[in-house]
Design a protein around this ligand. Structure first.
Ligand SMILES: Cc1cc2nc3c(=O)[nH]c(=O)nc-3n(C[C@H](O)[C@H](O)[C@H](O)COP(=O)(O)OP(=O)(O)OC[C@H]3O[C@@H](n4cnc5c(N)ncnc54)[C@H](O)[C@@H]3O)c2cc1C
Length: 395
């Protein structure tokens, strides 16, 4: 039944963006998954089913090749895709694989790996989580110590990863490990794909200040990983990581811009409902948020344009990331000011405004300027790679 939405001919593939909009909008309308179930397991099954529906309907990831489940859309269509996606209020991908590992495998994986991993990742049949950071290796990722020792046709991996988003529900971990001698820094790092259910993998959730546990600590104790599950060469992981990190910083920039377009509109409604929308200071603050959200859409479009043109988001992804993360913090700070003392009511309080969503968003976005590289690191990247300023002295 879903086949009716697939482009059937070359002419269809070259359809005008507005015609694509109508077709995608119709698909979203007819297949909309409804609102999210309350219980966690039901919500997970609901999200998985929706991701599979998107891929099977021919509307998987807008930038991935069609043969791996993507839609391989031209630039203008990708913009339309993310506008309609945000407008429909449907759930996005599960885990961090689609935004980060997927583009890395498209670029650096073997054909066998792409065939094996990409479509199940996109359909959310298998959820992927990122294992880069370690207790003593965050911003300084080249100091990571998780060890992978080669033994014939497999590696034996031992070490600890931390802050791994969605690892609790993950089936696969994409990890950076040390295969070179201690001190080999970026020259001794390998990119390995680890089965999250393999013997020796232990995942423990970490609670954050929102009260939720969206990231985890991972212990790896003698985990056997086939050499066939390595991306690129042994000790060649760092160059590949640059693709991953670039995509992590760019991931969803456009989707976020369009999602925040909707949220800014909801903020206007909140200001009106509080009876303060005409206050000159409030008006000025709302106008400032309005300007920012429009700039974000341009920045997101620029990032997609870079990826379409060069296959990589480039250092501009850091500029976009700085813009988005600072914006979402400012937006929620304003929302809390509009709420006044009501902002103190948590989600469980029946008197909480809009189920406490603005307070939750305020708490959650405190971490935005840390995840995917802290804002200081993003600024360093912009200084060195975009502005051409001198490199940081190495320690
Ligand atoms: C919500 C969230 C989700 C995350 N998800 C994942 C995930 O899925 N997988 C994963 O592997 N990791 C994940 N992380 C980890 C994240 O990548 C790291 O927290 C981040 O890279 C910072 O590392 P750190 O916490 O070790 O801090 P540190 O690197 O110890 O930094 C501490 C402070 O020093 C500053 N600093 C460090 N070096 C410099 C420098 N050279 N110049 C200027 N300032 C500097 C930093 O900006 C920061 O303020 C996540 C983190 C968060 C908050």
């Amino acid at each position: 039944m879903l086949r009716q939405y697939l482009p059937m001919t070359e002419t269809d593939l070259r359809e005008a963006p507005e015609r694509f909009r109508q077709r995608f909008r119709q698909f979203l309308h007819e297949n909309h998954p409804g609102s999210a179930p309350k219980s966690r397991p039901e919500r997970l099954a609901w999200q998985k089913a929706w991701n599979a529906t998107l891929v099977d309907g021919g509307f998987g990831s807008p930038s991935w090749p069609v043969r791996y489940g993507g839609s391989d859309l031209p630039f203008a269509h990708q913009v339309v895709y993310s506008e309609e996606f945000a407008r429909a209020k449907v759930p996005g991908p599960l885990g961090t694989g689609v935004g980060i590992a997927g583009p890395t495998i498209v670029r650096h994986g073997t054909e066998e790996q792409r065939e094996r991993w990409l479509r199940p990742m996109l359909r959310a049949d298998r959820i992927w989580a990122q294992g880069y950071s370690e207790p003593d290796a965050g911003s300084d990722l080249p100091s990571l110590r998780t060890l992978a020792v080669r033994d014939g046709d497999h590696y034996v991996v031992t070490g600890q990863k931390v802050w791994s988003s969605s690892a609790e529900i993950a089936d696969i971990l994409f990890c950076l490990v040390r295969t070179g001698p201690p001190g080999s820094r970026q020259d001794g790092i390998t990119y390995l794909i680890v089965d999250a259910h393999a013997p020796g993998v232990a995942v423990s959730p970490i609670r954050d200040l929102t009260g939720r546990s969206d990231f985890c600590e991972i212990h790896l104790d003698g985990v056997v990983v086939p050499v066939a599950d390595r991306i690129g060469d042994e000790n060649g992981g760092w160059a590949i990581t640059r693709t991953s990190l670039g995509h992590e910083r760019a991931a969803g920039a456009m989707n976020q811009a369009h999602r925040y377009r909707r949220i800014v509109d909801e903020l206007h409604v909140l200001a009106r409902s509080r009876g303060i929308a005409d206050d000159p200071i409030v008006r000025q603050r709302l106008a400032s948020v309005e300007i920012d959200v429009r700039l974000m859409a341009y920045a997101g479009a620029r990032t997609i344009g870079q990826i379409v043109a060069n296959g990589e988001p480039g250092p501009g992804a850091s500029t976009t990331r700085i813009l988005v993360t600072q914006f979402e913090q400012r937006l929620h700070e304003l929302a809390l000011e509009l709420l006044g003392a009501d902002a103190l009511l948590g989600a469980r309080d029946p008197r909480a405004i809009e189920g406490g969503r603005w307070t939750f968003g305020f708490l959650r976005t405190r971490a935005s300027t840390i995840g995917a590289g802290t804002i200081e690191i993003q600024k360093n990247t912009v200084a060195e790679r975009t502005l051409g300023l001198p490199h940081e002295p190495s320690g």
